[in-house]
Design a protein around this ligand. Structure first.
Ligand SMILES: C[S@@+](CC[C@H](N)C(=O)[O-])C[C@H]1O[C@@H](n2cnc3c(N)ncnc32)[C@H](O)[C@@H]1O
Length: 285
């Protein structure tokens, strides 16, 4: 594959710089430290399996991170195929580079690039994949429409995202912030099979299938409290982080209400953290 050399690192706005800093700090431990440490690995594997990749195919992995999807895809398409992983966080790509070398995946390429402004040849991939990153896009409809143009006619998009019901800590903060008139977008735009379907349909995809994959685990109270609201509470696609608009009194009452909600949700096993995935497949006509 001819991988276009980016003349320079992509120009990132303040929101994206924050995203890149966050993932830069997580890169070395991304696959080992999350509370549910094998979750990323599991859903990436599921996404790749559902894509039914064939030897020789060309795959673009959008927001590849540490390359969980890209490495698996590269093994499946074999040396006669090609996989390109792109990401805005160089420390994440460094992890892909290490893995590609260790696994001798010479047909796995990677590039520092913004998924919302890709300068790649049109119609040049058989599959475009995106795992746990769609909500990080500032403009989801535009990103999807752009990704469609990178697929060859008949090529498939495979993506994973989470429904509104997933991630108890974020969901409770979102609900409490809404009572103060503060909007946290989180997965709202894509958070039901119907909304995800409509977005894919509007972007021009056909043969859209959405599979709901239940998943989840228990959090301890300590873990839940550690993920509670603060001024920098993560807000995919939004900048500045909306909770920065809180007064100190609002923040104090948000924290108190959050703790109460978590105590109310706590069972002898802990607090159930739904991590259901929406796995979509859709084809370029
Ligand atoms: C939750 S990680 C997902 C990584 C990988 N796809 C996986 O399933 O493990 C999100 C990744 O999206 C990347 N990202 C966020 N916004 C991006 C953008 N506009 N363009 C490219 N990568 C982006 C981040 O740097 C991070 O590596």
């Amino acid at each position: 594959m001819h991988v276009p050399a980016e003349a320079s690192a992509p120009t990132l706005d303040e929101y994206q710089q924050r995203v890149a800093r966050t993932y830069g700090a997580r890169a070395a431990n991304y696959e080992t430290t999350p509370v549910n440490s094998d979750w990323h690995r599991r859903i990436a594997a599921l996404l790749v399996k559902r894509a039914q990749l064939q030897p020789g195919q060309r795959v673009l992995d959008i927001a590849t991170g540490t390359g969980l999807v890209a490495c698996d895809a590269a093994e499946r398409v074999g040396p006669e195929g090609d996989v390109l992983g792109i990401d805005i966080t160089s420390a994440m790509l460094e992890q892909v580079r290490r893995k590609a070398t260790a696994l001798r995946l010479q047909h796995l390429h990677f590039m520092l690039a913004d998924a919302e402004k890709l300068r790649l040849p049109l119609a040049s991939f058989d599959h475009v994949m995106c795992c746990t990153a769609l909500v990080l896009m500032r403009d989801v409809p535009r990103a999807l429409a752009q990704w469609l143009t990178l697929l060859a006619p008949g090529g498939w998009l495979g993506l994973q995202t989470n429904p509104d019901t997933a991630f108890v800590t974020s969901r409770v903060v979102q609900q409490l912030a809404a009572t103060m008139g503060i909007h946290l977008r989180l997965s709202q735009e894509v958070g039901t099979p119907e909304r995800l379907y409509s977005l894919l349909d509007a972007a021009g995809f056909v043969d859209i299938e959405i599979h709901v994959e239940p998943d989840g685990h228990f959090l301890t109270m300590e873990q839940a409290l550690a993920a509670g609201p603060d001024y920098e509470f993560p807000a995919p696609g939004q900048y500045p982080p909306p909770l920065r608009a809180c007064t100190s009194m609002q923040m104090a009452s948000l924290r108190e209400a959050y703790e109460q909600s978590m105590r109310a949700a706590c069972t002898p096993q802990g607090i159930w953290n739904d991590c259901t995935s929406l796995l979509a497949r859709a084809r370029r006509p």
